[in-house]
Structure formats: structure tokens, C-alpha cells
Design a protein around this ligand. Structure first.
Ligand SMILES: [Zn+2]
Length: 315
């Protein structure tokens, strides 16, 4: 299913669901559920006088305003725009309901597959029977929306980067080096394009940020990096994990920060088990200590990386 078809389906299900409640409950709006009329009166007086009360000239109706403080204002705005009508309120709620379902779908799409995102939007659109299709539907869908947003926020790289290994000591820093294996670069006779970390033997290696995985097999002895994993964080930024014993991810896989991507090894041009950790911006290696001062100690100003989901691509 395409994204637009998925959105159309979710919006249609939400509107049909809302229309069912409107048709089913409309006869009772002014007879059985007098609080519906109460909201209408609150909205009318609020629009006219700016005061929370059902009847102009009576004291402020505080309990109602405290229960759902935004709702009387919502009703008052509709009253001022379209006149006093239960149906206008219900239709406006139906549109808000559909919009909320679509927002849930969009949020879910940032942390899961399109299938899961569609299911999340439909689950909200088909939310089990509500007491009545009025104030409470907004409360319920808003709660769902906030929970979804909270979950999504927890998965995005706002908590700072994850450690690439459980522990390590740095055996070689970024930049000019006396190490003869390394190639010439700029003013350096030998240049080290990353930072070398020696961790526990065979230790697990984790992605420092969420992103899209690209796995590279060793390309001969001169290949240097051995088995290595690239994780694309946005269109321009990637991190590399080289000399792995083995990779536990495959190309095209989406990983979260802290996800296991392989095990420390010594494949490629390596003199002993270690992790070569590299950061590239637009293809150019940059000093990992300036990008991740919280991991490796600062030797320069902090460097921001765009959140995942900004059109990562494999090169
Ligand atoms: Zn290295």
C-alpha cells in the first residue's frame, strides 16, 4: 500500500467511524445528554462575554471549565464562526479526530515500517466504543497521540549518543600519525581517519546513533577496513565501525542508537583486535572527539547531527 493510500484509508475509517456516532447519537444530544447542551451554552456565553458560565449574569461555572478547560473555548470558536449548532461541533470533532489519526501515523512512520504506521493510525481510528462522540473523543485521541509522541521521542537521538562498546581504551587518535600503515593525507605523511578503540576481546559493537545500515565485506588485503559497517544518520553524516570479526546486521536495516551491529575483530589492515571508529560528513573524515565529546572527551566545539529520517541514502 502506498503512503497516500494508507493516509486515505485511515482518514476514511476515522470519518466513517465518526459519522456512525453522529448518526447514532444525534437524537440524544438535546434530550438524554443535557451536558451536550451545557457545552453549547458555555460556548455561546464564552463567545459573547469571555466568561465561563452557561447563562450570562450567573456566576462563573468553574467545575466545567476545570474538567476540560480548552473544550468550551473550542465550542465558543465554532459558535462565533458558524453559529450555534450541535452538528457543526460534531463535524469539527470528526475532522480533528481524523487529523489526530493521521498525525499518529506520521509519528509511527518515523520509528517503524509503513505497515506498522498504518496499523497504528487505524487502531486509533477504530478506537473501541467511546462514551459519546463529543468531548471525550478528543481526550482519548489526544492521550493516544501524546503516548505515541512520547514513545517516538524516546527513540530519537535526543538522549545523546550510545557507547560504541561497553568499555575501551584509545590506542590511536584521529589525525597525523607516525604509524606507517596509514596513507598520506594533506600535510600528514601518515593520516589516521578515525579513532582506534581497544575493547574487551570479541566485545559487542553498537551503533552510536539511529540510522540506515550499509555492510561492507573486506575488499582484499589493501582494503584496509576489513569487515566494516557504515550507519547513515542523515543525507551527509555516517559513522563507520571497521575491522569487525563479524557483522550482525545487513544492508538496508534500520537500527536504533545502541543497537548491536557486530563484534570487535582484527579483519583488514589491523595489528590486533580493535574497533576503528570513523565519522564522515559529506564523505570527509572528521575527528570523532569533536562530534561526540560526551563519548571521547572534547577537543573542539560540539557538532550537531541531524535526526534520523532525513532522507538517508546508500552510496
Ligand atoms: Zn584506525
Amino acid at each position: 500500500m502506498s503512503r497516500s493510500a494508507s493516509r486515505l484509508l485511515i482518514a476514511a475509517v476515522a470519518i466513517v467511524h465518526a459519522a456512525f456516532f453522529i448518526a447514532y447519537q444525534r437524537p440524544d444530544w438535546t434530550t438524554q445528554w443535557t451536558d451536550q447542551n451545557g457545552y453549547l451554552l458555555l460556548g455561546r456565553v464564552l463567545a459573547a462575554t469571555g466568561r465561563f458560565t452557561r447563562f450570562a449574569g450567573t456566576p462563573q461555572y468553574v467545575p466545567e471549565a476545570m474538567r476540560t478547560p480548552a473544550y468550551p473555548a473550542f465550542v465558543a470558536a465554532l459558535d462565533a464562526l458558524f453559529g450555534e449548532s450541535h452538528l457543526v461541533i460534531a463535524v469539527a470533532q470528526a475532522l480533528l479526530f481524523a487529523a489526530t489519526c493521521l498525525i499518529v501515523r506520521s509519528i509511527a512512520a518515523t520509528i517503524a515500517s509503513d505497515g506498522v504506521a498504518t496499523a497504528a493510525g487505524l487502531a486509533v481510528a477504530l478506537y473501541p466504543p467511546l462514551p459519546y462522540f463529543a468531548a471525550l473523543v478528543l481526550t482519548e485521541t489526544l492521550t493516544t497521540f501524546l503516548v505515541t509522541a512520547g514513545v517516538a521521542n524516546g527513540r530519537l537521538p535526543t538522549q545523546g549518543p550510545a557507547k560504541p562498546m561497553s568499555s575501551w581504551r584509545v590506542s590511536q587518535l584521529f589525525g597525523c600519525t607516525g604509524f606507517v600503515f596509514e596513507p598520506r593525507h594533506g600535510d600528514c605523511a601518515h593520516f589516521h581517519s578515525g579513532i582506534d578503540l581497544v575493547g574487551p576481546l570479541g566485545g559487542a559493537v553498537y551503533s552510536v546513533l539511529p540510522g540506515l545500515v550499509e555492510v561492507e565485506a573486506p575488499s582484499g588485503y589493501g582494503g584496509g577496513y576489513g569487515i566494516h559497517v557504515l550507519v547513515h544518520h542523515d543525507g551527509a553524516t555516517l559513522t563507520m565501525y571497521a575491522h569487525l570479526l563479524t557483522a550482525t546486521v545487513v544492508s538496508g536495516q534500520v537500527v536504533v542508537a545502541g543497537a548491536l551491529i557486530g563484534y570487535q575483530g582484527s579483519t583488514g589492515l589491523s595489528t590486533g583486535p580493535h574497533l576503528h571508529f570513523e565519522v564522515r560528513r559529506a564523505g570527509v573524515p572528521i575527528d570523532p572527539t569533536t562530534v561526540f565529546p560526551s563519548l571521547f572527551g572534547s577537543s573542539g566545539p560540539p557538532f550537531s547531527i541531524l535526526p534520523v529520517g532525513v532522507s538517508p541514502r546508500l552510496n
